[in-house]
Write a protein that binds this ligand. Structure first.
Ligand SMILES: Cc1cc2nc3c(=O)[nH]c(=O)nc-3n(C[C@H](O)[C@H](O)[C@H](O)COP(=O)(O)OP(=O)(O)OC[C@H]3O[C@@H](n4cnc5c(N)ncnc54)[C@H](O)[C@@H]3O)c2cc1C
Length: 386
């Protein structure tokens, strides 16, 4: 079947800009902005942004295909390009008309980036324990605190900061902050072990003042949960893309390696491992697409924002990220063993793929945390069990 045009564009970008550049993409160079400018030149930057702010309005199903295709070439590039969806979905559904038009509209016009600042060192995944505060002073909100991890903040146009309301111990806000607001300070860029073409920062907020209207509508922790639905499915899709690449890397290796007078690919043990990979890849693909369709069924409703507030964290987003992270890790680990000593050297790309794959089961909730969430939200209430 002929691929849709957006996918052919992504494939040709990946072939032109990413293929054969593993060492460069694995180098933790300054976030490679010219590369992202060349992606923007394809017309696909922020491909999911709604049409009413000038975006292309592609759905999560298309996004799964794009993220998997990019991740086949480099998961860090894929992550950099899609992670703004977490931020923009919160603004699109819970920002007022002025915020949507000004900030999402500008993002489309400039092919820009944005970032979400949720995680903190001490709170860990217990986000209700965050200590970043939002204090109301007349028509202004003042933010103070430190955020442990935030991808893309270094070159973002705006941030959404999750903070505790200082005047309400049970209240949390999600506040839009233009990146150039005085008091926003990037402390450092993390030296990560994988996804090294992406850029994740520790950030301090010190007396950061924005208009009160920059607070998004609703409880900040709930909005974050809603935003994470799309990005968790896309993180899972990067595991799918990497798993496909690993399969192909193994096939190339097996063709070139001779065992007992024939190519390794003719060996039944090696062949059965690749058959197993293909089965797992097929299930990962179906799972990602099913989760994306479940998400799109809500996202295309006129009352999507309200419905997502009611649903909160989507079961399929949790299970898909967990399943693809665990399965991708199993594939990457097995593949590195299949390549012998060569697989344990930097001569082979498998080490990079293994390190890149590790993030799927950590970022946006480690598996212990997600299992806990699935249990409390979807096992305890009998009606929600599959
Ligand atoms: C490359 C990268 C990019 C990131 N980008 C962003 C970003 O853009 N914005 C952002 O806000 N954050 C970002 N993060 C943060 C990321 O989402 C968190 O690191 C991740 O969710 C894990 O949370 P944590 O680090 O707080 O560790 P924790 O969740 O606190 O985990 C530490 C340990 O405690 C255990 N644990 C915690 N809770 C439970 C539980 N309920 N049950 C059992 N065990 C538990 C874990 O299993 C683990 O062993 C990024 C992180 C990385 C590495």
């Amino acid at each position: 079947m002929r691929q849709p045009e957006y996918l052919r564009t992504v494939q040709s970008f990946a072939r032109r800009e990413l293929t054969g550049k593993d060492a460069y993409l694995d180098s933790l160079a300054e976030a490679p902005m010219p590369l992202y400018e060349r992606f923007a030149a394809t017309g696909l930057a922020n491909w999911w942004l709604p049409k009413d702010v000038g975006g292309l309005g592609l759905g999560l199903e298309e996004s799964v295909r794009i993220a998997a295709e990019l991740a086949y070439a480099d998961a860090g590039v894929a992550f950099t390009l899609f992670i703004p969806v977490l931020t923009t979905s919160m603004v699109a559904w819970y920002g007022d008309a002025v915020l949507r038009e000004r900030h999402l509209g500008r993002l489309v016009a400039d092919n820009g980036f944005c970032a979400t600042l949720g995680s903190e060192h001490a709170a860990g995944s217990e986000l209700a324990r965050i200590t970043t505060t939002a204090r109301r002073e007349g028509d202004t909100i003042v933010l103070d605190g430190q955020k442990a991890f935030s991808t893309n903040t270094g070159f973002a146009q705006f941030l959404v900061v999750i903070a505790r309301a200082e005047d309400d111990p049970a209240g949390y806000l999600a506040v839009l902050v233009p990146r150039d607001t005085p008091g926003v300070h990037v402390d450092k860029r993390w030296d990560v072990i994988g996804l090294r073409s992406s850029a994740t920062y520790q950030v301090s907020l010190s007396g950061v003042r924005v208009p009160a209207g920059n607070a998004l509508r609703g409880n900040g922790l709930r909005l974050l949960e809603v935003g994470l639905n799309a990005s968790r499915v896309l993180i899972a899709a990067t595991a799918l893309g990497m798993a496909r690449r690993i399969r192909d890397v193994c096939m190339d290796y097996g063709k070139s390696k001779s065992v007992k007078g024939g190519p390794l690919t003719a060996n039944a043990v090696f062949a059965s491992r690749l058959g197993q990979f293909e089965m797992l890849i097929d299930v990962m693909s179906n799972q990602c697409l099913a989760a994306a369709r479940a998400y799109d069924a809500i996202a295309t409703r006129p009352d999507a924002g309200e419905e997502f507030l009611r649903v909160g964290t989507l079961k399929q987003a949790l299970t898909t990220k967990m399943f693809c992270g665990q399965t991708g890790w199993q594939i990457a680990s097995t593949a590195s063993e299949m390549m012998g000593g060569h697989g344990y050297t930097h001569e082979s790309v498998i080490g990079k793929l293994l390190r890149d794959m590790r993030y799927v089961s950590i970022v946006e909730g480690g598996d212990d945390v997600l299992r806990d969430l699935v249990f409390s939200r979807y096992v305890v209430p009998v009606s929600k069990r599959s």
